[in-house]
Design a protein around this ligand. Structure first.
Ligand code: NAD
Length: 316
């Protein structure tokens, strides 16, 4: 049996279409929708992400305000720039791209973002709301994982609530920006959730946990970490990892954390890399930018988040 491939590009296209109409309508009403990205230094991955967001914002008609600071920019300069964006009425969403240079205190930078414009929920107030199950913004990568799962469940005619209630979701990787938000979203769906980090890998090995997973979300940043022996035959695998790999001919290409060739023939469904989690993540960030514009204008944000379960929609 070969797994069903969960098509992130198709899912992103559908999400983008619904967002296009939303953006046009809200801008017609004079709402200040705008995305500002802040890049410090010249890290390759930040640059690539920034270019993707710039293109997407352009396609959606969302004004885009890229901010680039040199690698040796002082922390005060960065904080001052964020302060300017906080009070700029044409900016509804602010994204500070990671990694930041070592001399900058990431936590201080995240605390400086206006929580109402903090579209990746990195400010402690937004991270806390998410952990409490009442998020203002759902971080885009974790949101993408569950949007892909929800969409796939609909496509195979499975009841979402029933599926999540009887599922064990194992999340590999526990970062603040991907692993932990994914754990929170699993709790919100009333699934049984297990978190596995590199300490388990170094001691007992991750297989004793991952092999039981009905849903396996992998966000470790380690190419080929998950192999056939780490998964059960009925698993749905969501591969978040983005790693550069050099092929036999010397060309560099992108691979996930899952060894796709050995795992795909064994499991029920799987997201590819590229073309899985990434495209939906990008659109979700723009979607959060629109949600922020609604919030800043005092509008309801419920209709901007239809993909979330009931308990999350009840958040104010
Ligand atoms: P991170 O480095 O901040 O965190 C990685 C986590 O994985 C840590 O908790 C670490 O302890 C854990 N880990 C490392 N090795 C492990 C092992 N052998 N077994 C179990 N756990 C292990 O990275 P991140 O920001 O969470 O990103 C993870 C991956 O996802 C990266 O490849 C990143 O490029 C990718 N990413 C993709 C998207 C997307 O949209 N597709 C978005 C964000 C990040």
């Amino acid at each position: 049996m070969s797994a069903q491939v969960i098509d992130g590009r198709a899912c992103a296209r559908a999400l983008k279409q619904s967002l296009e109409a939303d953006v046009a309508g809200l801008r017609g009403e004079g709402l200040g929708i705008g995305l500002a990205t802040v890049v410090v230094g010249d890290e390759y991955s930040s640059g690539a992400y920034e270019r993707r967001l710039r293109r997407l914002a352009d396609e959606l008609g969302v004004p885009y305000f890229p901010q680039a600071l040199p690698p040796d920019a002082a922390q005060d300069e960065l904080l001052a720039r964020i302060g300017e964006l906080n009070v700029d009425p044409s900016v509804s969403g602010i994204l500070v791209l990671r990694p930041l240079p070592a001399h900058i205190d990431e936590a201080a930078v995240f605390r400086a973002i206006d929580p109402r414009k903090d579209i990746e929920a990195v400010h402690p107030e937004n991270a806390g709301l998410l952990a409490l199950g009442v998020p203002r913004f759902v971080p885009s990568t974790a949101a993408s994982c569950f949007h892909l799962l929800d969409t796939w469940l609909d496509s195979v005619g499975e009841d979402r609530a029933d599926f999540y209630h009887r599922s064990l979701i194992v999340v590999v990787g526990r970062s603040n920006n991907v692993g932990k938000p994914a754990i929170s979203l699993g709790y919100e769906r009333q699934a049984t959730v297990q978190s596995v980090d590199e300490w388990a890998d170094r001691t007992t090995g991750i297989g004793r946990h991952t092999r039981w997973a009905d849903v396996l979300i992998v966000a470790a940043g380690k190419a080929g970490l998950i192999k056939a022996e780490h998964v059960s035959e009925n698993a749905v695998v969501i591969d978040v990892g983005i790693n550069a790999a050099t092929g036999a001919d010397g060309t560099v290409h992108m691979v996930g954390d899952v060894d796709y060739d050995s795992v795909a023939p064994r499991v029920r469904a799987i997201t590819p890399v590229p073309g899985g989690v990434g495209p939906v993540t990008d659109v979700w960030l723009l979607r959060n930018t629109v949600t922020a514009a609604r919030l800043l204008a005092g509008l309801s944000i419920d209709e901007a988040r239809p993909a979330l379960p009931r308990t999350l929609l009840e958040a104010s």
